[in-house]
Design a protein around this ligand. Structure first.
Ligand SMILES: [Zn+2]
Length: 213
């Protein structure tokens, strides 16, 4: 349920990512915009897996994206990358434990994502949160699983530039991957901007299965 409005402002956002850079790629621009426009928001930023080096990157990057949050907590778990579905019980217990944060808005992975870790996090988010506004973000990848998002957040070019600069500076371990490049991220933002007729030409897009307002 969407519980914020002009008379009941956005207070708590939960961001869930399977890996260290997922939240930034999927909803980094939207988070920068929301935190610029809604002072005082509290954010719980959860990354499920990563080795020591990727944990360091995740924490440093989250801190930079959350600079304008009223308050924030960054949690990086140590679940093994690519094996989340095979540790299902522990992963599910952990996601259930996040309910006490009682978010107004949740960003998580798409249930149709081709990556097994992403897909599981999308499923478990919907299992745990039964009366919450959930938006599913997209991650471009080799598997070619992009869908047809139905909720768009127009973004100014300056926000997009901040997002991409923070991504490129924040994740040197990913720099060798052929898809992890500024032009990939610009392309996604531009295409979604076209699809929503964004005044500033750019946008991030999400899957919204249902919304109660
Ligand atoms: Zn990922």
């Amino acid at each position: 349920m969407l519980t914020f409005s002009p008379t009941s402002p956005l207070k708590r956002i939960l961001c869930i990512g399977a890996h260290s850079d997922d939240i930034e790629i999927g909803c980094g621009g939207t988070m920068l915009r929301l935190l610029d426009e809604h002072p005082g928001v509290s954010v719980l930023w959860v990354v499920m897996g990563g080795n020591d080096q990727r944990e360091q990157e995740a924490r440093a990057s989250a801190e930079r994206f959350l600079k304008n949050a009223g308050s924030s907590e960054v949690r990086v778990r140590k679940f093994r990358d690519a094996y989340l579905p095979f540790m299902g019980e522990q992963v599910k217990d952990y996601v259930e434990s996040l309910k006490s944060f009682d978010p107004d808005l949740i960003f998580t992975h798409r249930k149709e994502d081709a990556h097994q870790d992403h897909r599981l996090m999308g499923e478990l988010t919907w299992n745990a949160f039964r009366n919450h506004a959930i938006l599913e973000y997209e991650i471009p990848k080799y598997d070619g699983d992009l869908g047809h998002p139905n909720l768009f957040v127009p973004l100014d070019e300056s926000i997009c530039r901040r997002k991409i600069e923070l991504l490129m500076e924040g994740f040197p371990t990913q720099a060798g991957r052929q898809w992890f490049s500024a032009d990939t991220f610009w392309a996604m933002l531009r295409i979604r901007g076209v699809e929503c007729n964004s005044p500033a030409r750019f946008a991030e897009a999400f899957g919204c299965r249902k919304m109660v307002i």
